[in-house]
Design a protein around this ligand. Structure first.
Ligand code: B1M
Length: 215
């Protein structure tokens, strides 16, 4: 992790120029994009979260850091790709109502897309009835729901229940994720799977597709 300390520090300091330089330099030195992400950028966001909680950093600075993180992830995008051109399946993805966090969701998007899935991202703060109408029109194999707040994880269940009420729950596999979500919570709300991070989300989606194809 010490290897990526300058990337981590540049993001925490919201130093755009330094961050770009360090990410490019580290890639050109042969580091893997996954390592830069998991050992540099994501730990920086954890520090930023702690500072936000303790009042050392304010929302505008956190937003700026989020934008810089998104830019760095875009730089890493071609290096994260697994490279597949055959559709592995269709995924509808979004962050639940009341929640605007999208960095983790966007990483999940990128990993699924690079694993060959056709992914439709319906964005953030998405009401349950929008997921219902999108499932009807897009007809995904998998619905992937993200939630980052303890106050919005109940919306995961609300969304699953809304699909049940609409009579389409069994037409789609549902996977959930986000920092406050856990496997036991996923089981409790009747989801078909839980991904702890973007890499496991992609592996889980492949497993769910194998289950669909086996039936
Ligand atoms: Co927010 N926020 N935030 N925030 N924010 C957290 C989440 C928090 C932990 C910070 C803290 O206090 N320590 C805290 C939540 C506490 C809780 O409920 N447990 C918090 C809070 C309280 C809030 C506000 C309420 C603050 C306020 O207004 N007072 C507010 C709520 C706004 C809302 O949504 N209604 C708020 C606002 C914001 C910003 C807008 C300023 C900004 C978001 C910008 C954006 O996303 N475009 C922001 C940010 C940046 C954060 C932190 C600092 C970073 C989040 C992040 O991007 N992490 C965050 C602290 C933290 O995470 N350490 C914090 C990096 C990202 C790669 O990780 O999103 O966890 P993550 O995604 C991971 C996994 O979770 C997983 O894979 C990803 C990659 O490995 N994953 C999935 C995610 N979705 C998945 C779906 C899957 C599978 C895996 O399958 C479908």
């Amino acid at each position: 992790m010490t290897e990526f300390v300058s990337i981590r520090d540049a993001l925490i300091a919201c130093d755009a120029e330094k961050l770009t330089d360090e990410v490019n330099k580290t890639i050109s030195q042969g580091s893997s994009a996954n390592a830069i992400l998991n050992d540099g950028l994501i730990p920086a966001m954890d520090v930023i979260g702690e500072r936000m909680e303790s009042g050392e950093m304010f929302i505008p600075e956190v937003l700026m850091a989020a934008q810089l993180m998104a830019g760095a992830v875009e730089t890493l995008r071609p290096h994260l790709a697994e490279g597949s051109h055959v559709s592995a399946g269709k995924v509808l993805l979004g962050t639940v109502k009341g929640d605007v966090h999208d960095i983790g969701k966007n990483l999940v998007f990128m990993m699924l897309e690079s694993a060959g899935f056709e992914v439709k991202d319906v964005g953030v703060d998405v009401p349950a009835d929008t997921f219902v109408s999108e499932v009807k029109s897009f007809q995904p194999d998998i619905l992937a729901l993200s939630a980052l707040l303890t106050t919005t994880i109940p919306m995961l269940k609300t969304t699953i229940d809304a699909l049940g009420t609409a009579g389409i729950r069994d037409s789609v596999k549902i996977m959930v994720g986000g920092a406050p979500v856990s496997q036991s919570f996923a089981d409790q709300i009747g989801a078909d799977g839980y991904g702890a991070d973007a890499g496991s989300a992609s592996r889980l989606a492949k497993k769910l597709m194998a289950e669909i194809r086996a039936n």
